[in-house]
Design a protein around this ligand. Structure first.
Ligand SMILES: Cc1cc2nc3c(=O)[nH]c(=O)nc-3n(C[C@H](O)[C@H](O)[C@H](O)COP(=O)(O)OP(=O)(O)OC[C@H]3O[C@@H](n4cnc5c(N)ncnc54)[C@H](O)[C@@H]3O)c2cc1C
Length: 471
């Protein structure tokens, strides 16, 4: 049976008013426990705030764990040469070794992931990405929150805000125990989707300028019992068929012609993980669907699982090294790349990213390319930041226009569709999270609006926490 679809002539009903239990009063409430939420909660707690983090799932990590989005993309200015890359590597390039532009929470997480045996540090061999184990990621994130003194509430979906003067004074969560409220002096929206900001009345944009389409969704999965040597032998013998992490164009074409593969992309994309006999496959693609629309999400999960079944069979039948491989795990949820981009005091643009622009109110840095998976079909656009350079993310992009007591962090900050395709990656999301958390903590402590906090004080605290502001 096909999934339920959006009704043609929707009928609605009025719900009864409800009362909610107040679970906590916090200085800073962080909504969402993904990369941005983790950075925000730890940043705010280290700045001395009483922090509560609320998350709809029963574990932390967001896309990194729920959607099996692996690895952490590179935060180094350069890419290594193709010949020296293994299956973990990102994209071929010949700019030589670069330098890291993000530190602070990302560095702490990396160090602890490696200590816990769950990640490979960035190097030429990994193409400066960080392959990690999602189960170790979940445990490590919990450790870091515990150590920072962050209290948390799981299985809590933010559905509304408690209106306060100029902005939300709390957030309403749907739980198995009924509606629950967390009150806070400042809220950080790290839902990826800007759910809280939208409920608080913040203006936002969705999709690219000409047709409103967003980047596709992808259900990621892990394949185990893969024979790396056999695959690398094939890749070496067919240099036109594999470029670092993607390719196999001829095999995809052959399977498509045989009626065995029906994908909205022309190649296969996968990454190595810390486990030598495993890869994380990033190849299903559902276009013309929006990750904040329940009808689209339902159809996307349905469609992506059809693609996953085909891909599992394709790998075993067509791809050397995968003869005995099998799908060991898929995401709890399809991965959502792009939804709301909340309009902030400043909107970051592609020119800012590709021009390596600096800002007085820098709170984080990025160097990842503009990377747009075609919202309408096959193909991916990639445009690089100049070799050796990085761009700044200004605090103003985290401050929603016209709404007080609220910051946004991660992939829902203020930027254009093109700029978003760069700053959406997890290390940058963690860094904007840390910036938002620190600003929220200082605002709460001073009893001021986040819009009025002294930028130099935010930057000073971020530096104290080890962040890289490009000094
Ligand atoms: C298929 C795919 C592949 C990608 N590949 C890479 C890659 O290889 N490397 C890389 O670095 N980046 C990659 N990205 C980008 C990256 O994963 C995301 O942009 C990044 O995770 C954004 O972090 P975030 O914290 O802003 O949002 P998310 O990771 O989406 O986290 C949001 C969190 O908020 C929670 N939440 C959402 N709504 C609510 C609510 N209403 N109430 C309570 N909780 C809520 C969610 O459960 C989640 O935990 C990829 C993304 C996708 C989808």
């Amino acid at each position: 049976m096909p999934p339920l679809e959006r009704p043609d002539r929707p009928r609605d009903v009025t719900l009864a008013p409800r009362r909610a239990v107040v679970a906590a009063e916090a200085d800073v409430l962080v909504v969402g426990g993904g990369p941005a939420g983790l950075g925000a909660a730890v940043g705010a707690a280290r700045a001395g705030a009483r922090v509560v983090l609320a998350e709809r799932h029963g574990f932390l990590g967001g896309n990194a764990t729920a959607a099996l989005v692996m690895p952490l993309m590179s935060w180094h200015t350069q890419r290594p040469v193709f010949e020296r890359q293994g299956v973990n590597s990102l994209m071929p390039d010949d700019h030589g070794p670069g330098h890291p532009v993000i530190a602070g929470f990302v560095g702490d997480l990396l160090e602890r992931l490696v200590t816990n045996g769950g990640a490979i540090p960035p190097s030429l061999e990994t193409g400066f990405v960080v392959p990690f184990d999602p189960e170790v990621f979940k445990l490590t994130a919990l450790e870091l929150l515990d150590e920072a003194g962050v209290r948390f509430l799981f299985h809590a979906l933010a559905s509304d805000v408690l209106p306060g003067r100029g902005g939300p004074r709390g957030v309403v969560f749907e739980t198995k125990s009924g509606p629950v409220v967390v009150e806070a002096r400042v809220v950080v929206d790290a839902t990826g989707d800007g759910d809280v900001a939208a409920r608080a009345g913040a203006a936002f944009e969705v999709g690219r300028e000409d047709d409103g389409l967003v980047q596709p969704m992808t259900l990621m999965f892990r394949m185990a019992d893969f024979e790396r040597a056999a695959f690398e032998g094939y890749a070496r013998a067919h240099p036109d068929q594999w470029r670092a992490v993607h390719g196999l164009w001829d095999l995809v074409r052959a399977a498509a012609e045989a009626g065995e593969l029906d994908l909205a992309r022309e190649d296969i994309l996968f990454f190595g993980t810390p486990h030598p006999r495993e890869v994380a496959v990033n190849t299903t693609r559902v276009t013309r669907a929006l990750g904040i629309d329940v009808w689209d999400l339902t159809r996307a999960e349905w469609e992506a699982r059809r693609q996953l079944r085909q891909l599992g069979a394709f790998f075993r039948k067509y791809v050397p090294g995968f003869e005995a491989a099998y799908v060991v795990q898929s995401g709890v949820t399809i991965g959502v790349r792009e939804t709301r981009r909340v309009l902030g005091e400043y909107q970051l643009t592609a020119d800012d990213v590709l021009g390596a622009r600096r800002f007085e109110d820098v709170i984080a840095r990025g160097t990842y390319p503009v990377d747009i998976h075609n919202p309408a079909g096959k193909g991916t656009v990639l445009k690089r930041v100049p070799p050796g350079e990085a761009y700044d993310l200004p605090l103003r992009a985290l401050l929603p226009r016209g709404v007080d007591r609220l910051l946004v962090a991660g992939r829902c900050i203020s930027g254009t569709h093109e700029a978003h395709s760069s700053y959406r990656v997890m290390p940058i999301a963690m860094a904007t999270g840390q910036g938002a958390g620190v600003c929220a903590a200082l605002a709460a402590k001073a009893g001021r609006s986040p819009h009025e906090v002294d930028v130099a004080a935010v930057q000073g605290e971020l530096r104290r926490q080890g962040a890289n502001l490009g000094d």
